[in-house]
Design a protein around this ligand. Structure first.
Ligand SMILES: Nc1nc2c(c(=O)[nH]1)N[C@H]1C(S)=C(S)[C@@H](COP(=O)(O)OP(=O)(O)OC[C@H]3O[C@@H](n4cnc5c(=O)[nH]c(N)nc54)[C@H](O)[C@@H]3O)O[C@H]1N2
Ligand SMILES: Nc1nc2c(c(=O)[nH]1)N[C@H]1C(S)=C(S)[C@@H](COP(=O)(O)OP(=O)(O)OC[C@H]3O[C@@H](n4cnc5c(=O)[nH]c(N)nc54)[C@H](O)[C@@H]3O)O[C@H]1N2
Ligand SMILES: [Mo]
Length: 759
């Protein structure tokens, strides 16, 4: 067996000793400060701070250690003892810093003071907060509001997010894209259309009652490890987990609970997936059509025999729209077509469907494997169709659960960060703050990039994130980025987007969530929303990394105050001094969901802001849950013939988005390099390659732009035909900007058409 072949084989379960070693390694490598581990003890607990990694729920009755390997890494990484001072930064030119790359920039540690870009010397230099706010304000006042974009990456808490959205609208635009535009926007648009709710319908409790979970395109072992506890409990009480994923992800195969001493020492890991279907990229539409076809076939038999129907006919009648049209479409779709588009056999799909038919309460879970496709909204529509056929939405133990990404990404949308005017609380803005909000929809992330490329977007303010690195089509985007008049980054650590400064540019360093945030009104709490629409208070107690840091809320308030005219209703100083006043504003803006927010957010488990679809109230066009009629059977935008592949770009176990912690991917058994391309042994042979060869991937989307990434090591891996897999963000140059979900414009990072070139 070749070296590369041996690499691809991690024998341990997800969780287990490997995850504890991962935490210990971070504790040492990340050079986190003494007592950082003690800080973890209050992570995700009532009275503690909420993890800044993923958006999984924080249960009311917390574990002794309510954190996972990757949540711990994210916190320890925040609490590094390394400091990125102005001396450190101004020693090198920005061009030199940019050449260091994201990993080295991250390693420089926490930014300690505000910095201004000095174009003459090509360096960032120390500045004061007063200088920064007044100069940024002066520039913003000169610019046409429509030419400025206010981006948010999903971490900032509800208080900062609410003020940020308000600021953008008072300034004069709705250009409020969020990392969600590259992530679950497909959900916000797709789910809203079919069930009238832009977010998942389940509560955490539903996971304790379901008989089956249909699990599509999400990698829990790495990206939301705390879900492994409820999944394990579900399996132990007989629930069946049916997985659809091109990769056999360890976290869905088995789990050893690192918080269970017996399982960690003598016990066997708990097997999770009852069935694992290695669907081809984008093949979920066909796979679900197959599931529905089998459901209809079995229902026809029950109808003929006069036994209990498989379809929930009463539910379909009362609550849904367009079922007959969907049924005709399923009947007209042949098994041959389904097998070809999904890459799965009829037998396999039927055995999955049989579990569905035999379960009374089913949850559909999904992640980026469904959302990041050209026809991703249709995949989500189809999953909802499947659930609707047996009334699996709006009853205990059933529903639809998108797994969100950043820890407050869902909440940011809830409190007004949206480019879509129809989703923003415009009337309340008028009523509470006495101004006329702009009427025109703003930029999604893709639209911002288009405006950047055509020169009409002149300024960028980023509340977190590493946007230039996270987006498609790097080469073109990076060329345009520094042509902007103004770039402002509210950040904790350096990253490569900061190293593409506009003509005027500032880096404004902020606190992290576990740090003490004391303002004029005393120590402040913030709040966040998880994937289950629960809102929690979070309080940081650690001494801030530097005395010069400001909170995100304070930075937004001070920037707004400096930029906007004075108005007695716009109380930036009061709001920044006492965040409970901002929460009162949130409660007045969204009274049905956020009443008594200041009290309720500190109840154990937070408070549930409710979901109409969960109550079977459908806020859709027809007033009912909508069946979707698919127009395609595969969600990829471009088909693939012999020698043409679909590339899936995804996360390793050692990264948080563009922040790379290390070069291993423990759960996939891959070590040492991220510049790899995974391919099945059969595809390697068909392409005339061998393991260890270095190849170039070239964009194959049919436009004239040459897109390529070279130096990728061919690595054998168990994958469906025609599928290549590699890492985000290294492979982002291969994703065309125009290649995105049709309905929501979410970049289609999971089915990128590519060819292989050898040197
Ligand atoms: N530790 C850690 N945690 C994180 C993050 C992180 O980077 N690190 N990122 C956070 C963010 S912002 C997000 S959005 C989430 C992302 O969490 P995920 O949704 O898990 O995202 P990915 O890692 O991109 O993996 C997508 C999964 O979909 C599968 N897949 C790919 N294409 C298809 C397809 O066509 N069909 C199906 N059925 N499956 C497919 C892949 O094999 C992979 O298992 O995680 C969040 N949590
Ligand atoms: N090819 C491909 N591209 C993708 C994806 C994919 O799967 N494949 N996934 C997409 C998805 S799902 C997402 S969400 C995006 C992610 O896109 P972003 O959210 O823009 O990227 P991140 O890497 O999460 O941002 C990390 C930076 O945020 C800053 N930061 C960290 N913590 C804080 C904090 O507490 N406050 C502030 N103000 N700043 C902080 C640091 O400077 C850090 O460098 O990428 C998308 N791009
Ligand atoms: Mo995300």
């Amino acid at each position: 067996m070749s070296d590369t072949n041996m690499r691809a084989g991690y024998r341990g379960p997800a969780g287990g000793w490997g995850s504890l070693k991962g935490i210990a390694k971070t504790e040492m490598n990340g050079r986190s400060r003494p007592s950082a581990l003690a800080t973890l003890a209050v992570q995700n607990k009532p009275g503690g701070y909420m993890c800044s990694s993923c958006a999984w729920a924080k249960p009311p009755v917390a574990h002794v250690a309510e954190f996972c390997e990757n949540g711990a890494k994210a916190t320890l990484w925040d609490l590094t003892s390394e400091r990125c001072t102005p001396e450190f930064i101004s020693r090198r030119t920005v061009t030199e810093l940019r050449a260091l790359g994201d990993y080295q920039l991250e390693m420089a540690g926490r930014i300690t003071e505000p910095m201004r870009y000095d174009a003459a010397s090509d360096r960032y230099v120390r500045t004061s907060w007063e200088e920064a706010f007044s100069a940024i304000a002066a520039k913003l006042q000169q610019l046409e509001p429509k030419s400025v974009t206010f981006y948010t990456s999903g971490k900032a808490a509800l208080e900062a997010s609410y003020l940020y959205a308000l600021f953008a609208r008072m300034y004069g635009n709705n250009n409020l894209p969020d990392s969600s535009n590259m992530c679950h926007e497909t959900t916000s648009v797709g789910l809203k259309k079919v069930i009238g709710s832009p977010v998942g319908t389940c509560t955490l409790e539903d996971l304790e009652h379901c008989d089956a979970i249909f699990y599509f395109g999400q990698n829990p072992g790495t990206n939301s490890p705390r879900i492994l506890h409820p999944l394990k409990r579900a399996v132990e009480r007989g629930c069946k987990i049916i997985v659809f994923n091109p990769l056999r992800e360890k976290g869905l195969l088995e789990f050893a609970d690192p918080q269970n001493p017996v399982q960690m020492t003598v016990g066997k890991p708990t097997p999770l997936a009852a069935q694992y279907h290695q669907v081809r990229p984008g093949g979920d539409i066909a796979a679900i059509m197959g599931l529905c076809k089998r459901v209809l076939e079995r229902d026809a038999r029950t109808r003929a025999a006069g036994t209990k129907r498989i379809l929930d006919t009463a539910f379909i009648e009362q609550h849904t729209h367009d079922f007959d049209a969907f049924m005709s479409k399923v009947e007209a779709t042949s098994w041959d077509e389904i097998e070809a588009a999904s890459g799965l056999s009829r037998d396999a799909v039927e055995s999955a469907a049989d579990v569905y038919c035999e379960s009374q309460k089913v949850i559909g879970i999904y992640g980026m494997g469904l959302t990041q496709h050209v026809h991703g909204s249709q995949s989500i529509g189809l999953l909802v169709n499947l659930l609707l056929m047996r009334g699996n939405i709006g009853k205990q133990g059933a529903g639809c659960t998108p797994i969100r990404g950043h820890s407050n990404v869902q909440g940011q949308r809830t409190v007004g960060i949206t480019e879509k005017t129809s989703l923003a609380p415009m009337d309340k803005y008028r009523e509470l703050f006495g101004f006329e909000p702009p009427q025109e929809d703003g930029h999604t992330t893709v639209e911002f990039l288009e405006a950047l490329l055509d020169g009409s977007n002149k300024a960028f303010v980023g509340l977190g994130g590493n946007l230039a690195k996270a987006v498609p089509d790097h080469e073109r985007v990076h060329d345009a980025w520094s042509k902007m008049e103004l770039t402002v980054h509210i950040a904790t650590k350096l990253n490569s987007t900061h190293m593409m400064p506009g003509k005027k540019s500032w880096i404004l360093p902020c606190l992290v969530r576990s740090e003490d945030d004391t303002q004029a009104g005393g120590p402040q709490q913030v709040s966040i929303e998880d994937s289950f629409s629960c809102i929690y208070g979070s309080i940081g107690r650690r001494t801030p990394a530097s005395p010069h840091l400001l909170s995100e809320t304070a930075i937004v308030a001070r920037m707004a105050k400096a930029t906007l005219p004075t108005n007695p209703l716009w109380k930036w100083d009061d709001w920044a001094g006492d965040y409970s006043l901002i929460r009162d504003l949130i409660a007045r803006t969204f009274p049905e969901q956020f009443y008594d927010m200041n009290v309720r957010m500190n109840l154990p488990g937070g408070f549930y802001r409710g979901n109409a679809a969960h109550e079977r109230i459908w806020k859709t066009e027809s007033g009912k849950a909508e069946f979707t009629i698919p127009t395609v059977l595969n969600a990829c935008g471009v088909g693939n013939a012999e020698g043409h592949y679909h590339l899936v770009t995804l996360r390793s176990n050692d990264q948080f988005n563009t922040t790379i912690y290390g070069h291993d991917d423990r759960l996939r058994g891959l070590k040492g390099s991220r510049m790899i391309v995974l391919m099945s042994p059969a595809e390697i042979a068909r392409a005339g390659l061998k393991a260890g060869d270095k190849v170039t991937l070239v964009g194959d989307a049919g436009d004239d732009v040459r897109r390529e990434v070279s130096g990728l090591e061919v690595t054998p891996y168990d994958l469906p035909d025609g599928t290549l897999v590699g890492y985000f963000p290294e492979l982002n140059p291969l994703v065309p900007l125009w290649y995105h979900d049709k309905a929501s414009k979410t970049p289609a990072a999971k089915g990128v058409p590519v060819r292989i070139e050898t040197a």
